[in-house]
Structures are given as structure tokens and as C-alpha cells.
Design a protein around this ligand. Sequence first.
Ligand SMILES: Nc1nc2c(ncn2[C@@H]2O[C@H](COP(=O)(O)OP(=O)(O)O)[C@@H](O)[C@H]2O)c(=O)[nH]1
Ligand SMILES: [Mg+2]
Length: 253
Amino acid sequence: MMAPDLVLIVPCYNEARRLQESAFLDFVRQHPSVRILFVDDGSVDGTAALHARLAAAAPGSISALRLETNQGKAEAVRRGILEAMGRGPTLVGFWDADLSTPLAAINDFLSVAAKYPDIDLILGSRVLLMGRDIRRRATRHYLGRVFATAASLALSLPVYDTQCGAKVFRVNEAMRRVFAAPFRSPWIFDVEILARYLNLPVDDGGTPRRSRIYELTVPAWYDVPGSKLEASDFVRSMFELVAIWRDRRAGRI
Ligand SMILES: Nc1nc2c(ncn2[C@@H]2O[C@H](COP(=O)(O)OP(=O)(O)O)[C@@H](O)[C@H]2O)c(=O)[nH]1
Ligand SMILES: [Mg+2]
């Protein structure tokens, strides 16, 4: 089976010190069907120069989009996805720059996309099962579980992990609509992506939206030092979740 082509967004805000250049270069050399689009979200630390260097080292496979001012991860990803969709790939997606989920997992995403043509969203999910290597600090794990359970309730969806920074989407009209307008939430736009998608009518009378979402357990995930997330972000995220839940109940999302 030929691998479907994918443009992967890697949002970066001051990632010059964390970005593993050789991991990205080796990956695109081994995966001609995958292109990487770095989005530099107004970084002030040399990220732009690093992106330029990577793009020059792998022309056609790596490119960069620069936002002049810092917009936050949600908008950076959205702008990247819009740009990527314009290039006509079968799939688009986003991936955390620190490679908490190692790039090798992309093969699994491509297989799921090829095997299940009805699936529109493939969400990486961090579940510690035998044979997986998931290393997360206990506090992050438990806060993460509280948030994930609340997100699942807010969406009325049996989703295990909304926040893993590894996601792939099929490019179609539905997905264009999901990314058409800026997200209201700079922190938990992953939940908003799902809320928007679930709310779209099923135009072809086929598979319901919720059955077109696939959670894929990632083989490995590591807490990479240098995270910009703080404890206060957890509290903010819970408030944003309540806002999304209210919007959903009122039919605004
Ligand atoms: N565009 C953009 N990306 C960001 C921002 N903050 C974090 N990121 C990106 O989001 C991803 C995850 O960030 P990280 O700090 O590791 O968060 P964590 O892994 O969720 O703790 C990385 O690709 C970061 O570069 C931001 O303000 N703007
Ligand atoms: Mg991280």
C-alpha cells in the first residue's frame, strides 16, 4: 500500500535550543511522502535561522512559515494547517517540536489513515500498556487524567487523551471548516477541534462524525524538559473546558 502524503505542522516558540535538527532531517529523508512545515510563532531566539537552515538542507521536504508576532500554539497550528491544506496533501497534522512523541510513530498514523478511509481524525493517545514506553511525571500524569476525564465529559465522547501533541487529519471539506476560524481557546484548542468536528452535519448520510475519530496509542512518549506549561495553565484549561461545554450545550459550537 502506498503511504498517503502528509504535511506535518511543527509549531515552535523559542525552540532553538530544544529542536533536534538531525531527527527531523533523518526522518524526511526516510519518508518521502511526509513533508514538514515548521511554524515559527514570533520566536526571538534564533528559531527562524534554524528553520531556514533545515529548509535549505531538505528543500521540498522541509519548509517554514514565520508569524511576525507570537499568536500562541492554537493559532500557529491553525495557520500552518491552512497553508498545508493549500498544498493539496491527503493528510495534514501537527506534532510537538520537542518530539515528546518520537517521529517514528508517524508510520502508525499513516497506516491507520490508509487502512480506514472513513477515519478523518487520528489522535495520538498516551496509554501505558505492555510494550509501550510512556514516561510522564506523576503530577503531570494525574493532572492530565483529571483534565482528560473532564474533556471526555464535556464532549460526551469516550476519548482517553485529547492533549497529546501528535495528531493527523484527513483533508476534506469538513476539516477545512474545522480550521476555518481562529480558536477561542489558546490552550485547549485540541478539545475545540473535536467539538467543531462533532458539530458538523454528516452530509453524505454515511458514518456519523464520532465514528470517524480514531485514537491511536503511541508507542513512546517522554516528558521533555523545557515545557512552557505551568500549573496555572491547568486551572485556566479547566475554565476553558467549561466554556466549551457551555457553548456545546447552547449549540454555539
Ligand atoms: N506556536 C506556538 N507554539 C508553542 C507555544 N508554546 C508552546 N508551543 C509549542 O507547543 C509544543 C508543546 O510545547 P511544550 O512547551 O513542550 O508543552 P507541553 O509538552 O504540553 O508541556 C511545542 O511544539 C512548542 O514549541 C506558543 O506560544 N506558540
Ligand atoms: Mg513538551
